[in-house]
Design a protein around this ligand. Structure first.
Ligand code: SF4
Ligand code: SF4
Length: 309
């Protein structure tokens, strides 16, 4: 009889005991994980020592990175998350005759500009995964209002609003301009790759002609002007593949790469997980979520004060 009573009462006592215990769970995202160290994970190649720190989002110091690719090589046997990239601009130049024909509404000229706009539509590349496994990052393209007169006979249209980060100019063509090049061929335009004196070896130029109409498509590398990195060649990280092992940080001989405590990297699409060099160079975001109410903030402060780290 007594044994049965103990069996009945014991679970209730256990339940009551838990009411007075400090919870081990955190109300993420309203509460942050308290045992995350605020230090960056970093490696000192001279001393051969790795300093303890949280392995979250990378921090790239553009003024130290030499573009040596050792981080990329280190990652190749892990997850191929790093791609060494250049920044590119895409510009379309065309002669006065083509632009005036477009403004007059001549069918051929209008169709040419319509093909450019349609080819660059953000809906085209977004979210597609190439065989290399990295998604195509959607780009903000400028519209026809960005056309400027370059000289008396030439007009210029800078197509991209932000730099395009790719490992070579052909990748820019393949990912973003392939529909336009197909359209040119299907509609009787001639497209010829030409060399331009003094251009960078990564640049690519296409001479586009039909009858008296002339245009030039230029994919040109952006010079970042860092003296230690004359090629302007930097790593980009695809967080859809990164396993946060830190091998790339260990491999960097120039103190240019660290990993920060920023761990909130989730996104609604794969393309948003690709961080270009400028994004990696930005300061990590560690502030609490804006939706945190006063009660949760107070609770967090009290918890931080009482918690033994
Ligand atoms: S931390 Fe990520 S990017 Fe660096 S080596 Fe590991 S998987 Fe590659
Ligand atoms: S981050 Fe370091 S390892 Fe990677 S390219 Fe730059 S200098 Fe080389």
């Amino acid at each position: 009889m007594l044994k049965t009573l103990v069996r009945v009462v014991r679970p209730y006592l256990v339940g009551v005991k838990h009411l007075f215990m400090t919870p081990v769970t955190v109300k993420y995202p309203y509460e942050k994980i308290v045992n995350v160290t605020g230090e960056n994970f970093r490696y000192d190649p001279k001393a051969g020592i790795a300093y303890p720190g949280f392995k979250g989002r990378h921090v790239l110091y553009l003024n130290k990175c030499t573009g040596c690719s050792l981080c990329d090589i280190a990652c190749q046997n892990i997850s191929e998350a790093i791609t060494m990239v250049y920044g590119f601009n895409v510009t379309l130049e065309f002669d006065k005759g083509l632009y005036e024909a477009f403004r007059r509404g001549d069918r051929e000229a209008v169709e040419f500009f319509e093909a450019v706009v349609e080819s660059l539509s953000p809906a085209k590349p977004g979210g597609i995964t190439l065989s290399a496994g990295h998604p195509i990052v959607p780009v903000n393209w400028s519209d026809i209002r960005a056309v400027k007169q370059k000289d008396e006979n030439t007009y210029e249209w800078r197509l991209n609003m932000e730099p395009l980060y790719e490992y070579r100019s052909e990748a820019v063509l393949e990912k973003y301009l392939i529909h336009f090049l197909h359209w040119l061929r299907e509609n009787g335009w001639e497209d010829k790759i030409v060399t331009v004196e003094g251009a960078d070896k990564e640049d690519e130029f296409h001479e586009i002609t039909k009858g008296s109409y002339k245009a030039r498509l230029s994919i040109t590398k952006i010079a970042e002007n860092y003296p230690q990195n004359k090629k302007s060649y930097f790593p980009a990280v695809d967080y859809g593949r990164c396993v946060f092992c830190g091998f790339c940080v260990d491999a960097c001989p120039f103190y240019a790469l660290e990993m920060s405590p920023e761990y909130e990297l989730s996104a609604y699409d794969r393309a948003s997980l690709v961080y270009n060099p400028k994004m990696l160079a930005g300061p990590p975001i560690t502030k609490p979520p804006s939706e945190l109410g006063w009660f949760e903030r107070l609770h967090m402060i009290l918890k931080e004060l009482t918690e033994i780290r």
